[in-house]
Design a protein around this ligand. Structure first.
Ligand code: GUN
Length: 373
């Protein structure tokens, strides 16, 4: 039934490598998807995103339906042509962004009514409309079901009701999507921090049948330990022959721990957002380029990197750009961070393929405690 074959290549403990085949190219997993919310991975050219190693990016229904409008993107040839990215694009369905960004919102069985964060105008998003926007108008390779990202903390009863609504929306999203040869649709597991709700959600989604399964409702304030616990409880009930996607995560250490628990795909604004705020990511954690210790440091961030931003510009220059609030500072640090996250994924894939992921994981944690020099 699925149009996107997913081949597992190696399994090492809970971690696995694979290839998700799409008509617009193969995706080596575990994969990190740079976020291109408004039809741009902020501060980067598409060529830089690709050269950094990204094989798929994420776009957002919520932002694009409000501006420039999904019908307009369709008239301009679809999202790929519009933004000049010819690789696969996964779009988020809008539920999470309505929850986190919009002003007044009203959740009903039919869908969600919300006011735009841009101009206060009123909009209605249903599972059917979200799929129409993603698959038909934007032309996403992978569409996500409409869901409700259950807020945290949440009482059990409320979490159960929210998860059940997401399940009903999963069925409606799946029905609206129908059968397509060149596009895929993923379901989203909810259930807050309650193991049995996560299980019921996963089982319900499997009965409906999706091309891939996302874990939603995490990284919303529950903390690292709880996130790991919920992942353990959830992946147990996800089919091992389909990709598993942890939404909105995260820091490098979160990626390593989620890969250890069998997650195959990630997205997060962190590399580009922290790049715009003067932060460079490294195996030693985040580094603040504003720090005076870099004012006369002639060394690059990482001389061993293939990324020009990491290899060819001095820390002193980056320090100056960040201090002076120059656009190029944001651009170079977003580029470095995007390349760093891709290289981290590539190193994890290599470790899993060589059956040494546990050593990689231990070395990663050891290094994280040491100073960046
Ligand atoms: N991004 C991060 N978390 C979520 C979630 O729970 N649902 C959706 N749709 N997107 C997300």
């Amino acid at each position: 039934m699925t149009s996107f074959p997913f081949k597992l290549l190696a399994v090492d403990g809970g971690a696995r490598t694979g290839v998700l085949k799409t008509p617009r190219g193969d995706i080596a997993t575990p994969a990190f998807m740079p976020v291109g919310t408004a039809a741009t991975v902020k501060a980067l050219y598409p060529e830089q995103v690709r050269d950094a190693g990204a094989q798929i990016i994420l776009g957002n229904t919520y932002h694009l339906m409000l501006r420039p409008g999904a019908e307009r993107v369709k008239r301009l040839g679809g999202l790929h042509a519009f933004m000049r990215w010819d690789g696969p694009i996964l779009t988020d369905s809008g539920g999470f962004q309505v929850w986190s960004l919009s002003g007044l919102r009203k959740l009903e069985e039919d869908g969600v009514t919300f006011k735009s964060h841009l101009d206060g105008s009123s909009h209605h998003l249903t599972p059917e409309r979200s799929i129409e926007i993603q698959a038909d108008l934007l032309g996403a390779d992978i569409s996500m079901q409409l869901d409700e990202c259950t807020p945290f903390p949440c009482e059990r009863d409320a979490a159960a009701r929210s998860m059940e609504l997401s399940l009903r929306w999963a069925q409606r999203s799946r029905d609206a999507f129908g059968e397509r040869k060149t596009q895929a649709i993923f379901g989203i597991v909810q259930g807050s921090v309650y193991d049995d709700l996560r299980r019921d959600s996963a089982e319900g989604l499997k009965r409906i049948g999706f091309d891939g399964y996302a874990v939603g409702g995490l990284a919303v304030g529950e903390g690292f330990e709880m996130m790991c616990k919920v992942l353990d409880a959830t992946t147990l009930f996800l089919p091992s022959d389909r990709p598993r996607y942890l939404m909105g995560v995260g820091k490098p250490v979160d990626l390593v721990e989620a890969v250890a628990r069998g997650i195959d795909m990630f997205d997060c604004v962190l590399p580009t957002r922290s790049g715009r705020h003067g932060q460079a990511w490294s195996d030693y954690g985040p580094v603040n380029l504003k720090n005076a210790r870099f004012a006369e440091d002639p060394r690059p961030l990482d001389e061993s990197s293939d990324c020009p931003a990491s290899r060819d510009y001095s820390r002193a220059y980056l320090h100056h750009l960040v201090k002076a609030n120059e656009y190029l500072g944001s651009m170079l640090l977003s580029w470095h961070n995007t390349a760093y996250f891709q290289s981290l994924m590539a190193r994890m894939r290599a470790a899993i393929d060589d059956n040494r992921f546990e050593t990689f994981r231990k070395d990663f944690h050891d290094k994280l405690g040491q100073p960046f020099d």
